[in-house]
Design a protein around this ligand. Structure first.
Ligand code: AHR
Length: 323
């Protein structure tokens, strides 16, 4: 397993500006490190940045790793190129946080042919042969969506809802799962209608842009179902700019439960926030250690997650959280 890195410097040049290597072990010490190529979706959200930090902290030089991160700027083609570069470099492991579920068969077959184990984190992939990856660790996005919809049913019962739905990037598990739940909720609740729906790509700027456009277009709504915190922040900015009070005039439902968002839950601006846990670094580290010992990690690991309304939420709880 421990091929270790021979061509690291040359390959880092190949990756150019997109790759960032963590730490700086002495040049003659590369063979002592486990080299991991991490293809990250991008930096579209606070969640994503917390996820990158978690990987950097766990797969650090102090822990015996050489981590090469490639930021794909939310583009699957860039991820495919990054994986090919990692293969060319001869890294020991590839970690992939996929943009979308489809389109990975060919490049992962190439990684398999090169005998490089691939660990999938966060979103799922849909491949014909599950032998193309060692294991997956991430969230149950459908459960997250169902949790949000259940809260709406229990807390807004009997109120007609005109819903603005801010979706994540299409084809990602986070978007697919959360959208499925809302669709089922809308079909099951006669008083709920979809006033508008579009992808805000999980970014604050697009969340704001969309809500501003809906308001300018005269679309009436009283609830925003934002598929992540950053789009919720953008939506809140748009509402305030237009003299509307988030949490009063418009109920906001969100996902991720970052610290900033939980402060907004305490203030009543966001009514309910479903956790999506980004702290996968130590989980990936544990999997690599298992693989190094010749053990087989569980194929699929769902992380445990919670959800937050204002009731019972305190500064201490928020401060104690890892992101
Ligand atoms: O896949 C996890 C999602 O991706 C998070 O909800 C979102 O914030 C991120 O960009």
């Amino acid at each position: 397993m421990k091929k270790r890195l021979i061509l690291l410097l040359a390959a880092m040049l190949l990756l150019g500006g997109c790759a960032a290597s963590q730490g700086k072990p002495a040049d003659n010490a590369y063979e002592d490190y486990i080299v991991v190529g991490f293809s990250q979706v991008g930096a579209e959200s606070d969640w994503r940045n917390a996820n990158t930090r978690s990987m950097q902290q766990a797969l650090s030089a102090e822990n015996g790793y050489r981590l090469i991160i490639d930021d794909a700027q939310q583009k699957q083609e860039r991820q495919i190129t990054a994986i090919r570069n990692f293969i060319h470099q001869g890294v020991d492991y590839i970690v992939l946080a996929p943009t979308t579920e489809q389109g990975w068969d060919t490049v992962l077959a190439e990684a398999k042919a090169a005998q490089i184990p691939v660990i999938i984190v966060d979103r799922r992939i849909d491949v014909a042969d599950e032998g193309l990856f060692a294991c997956w660790i991430g969230s149950d996005f459908r459960l997250q969506g169902d949790t949000a919809v259940r809260w709406m049913e229990e807390n807004l019962a009997g109120q007609p809802l005109q819903i603005v739905h801010l979706q994540g990037n299409y084809g990602s598990s986070a978007q697919i799962g959360r959208t499925e739940s809302l669709d089922i909720g809308v079909a099951a609740n006669p008083g709920w209608t979809l006033a508008a729906r579009d992808s805000g790509d999980f970014t604050q700027a697009k969340g704001q842009e969309l809500v501003e456009a809906y308001l300018a277009g005269g679309i009436g709504f009283n609830l925003i179902f934002a598929e992540n915190d950053n789009m919720a922040y953008g939506a809140i900015d748009a509402l305030k700019k237009n003299g509307l009070v988030p949490g009063k005039d418009v109920t906001i439902i969100s996902f991720d439960a970052n610290r900033t968002a939980l402060q907004m839950v305490m203030k009543g601006e966001i009514s309910f926030d479903v956790e999506c846990n980004p702290l996968h670094g130590p989980r990936v580290q544990a999997v690599i250690e298992q693989l190094e010992r010749g053990e087989t990690p569980p194929k699929f690991t769902f992380v445990e997650e919670s959800a937050f309304g204002a009731e019972g939420l305190t500064e201490e709880i928020i401060d104690s959280r890892g992101y």
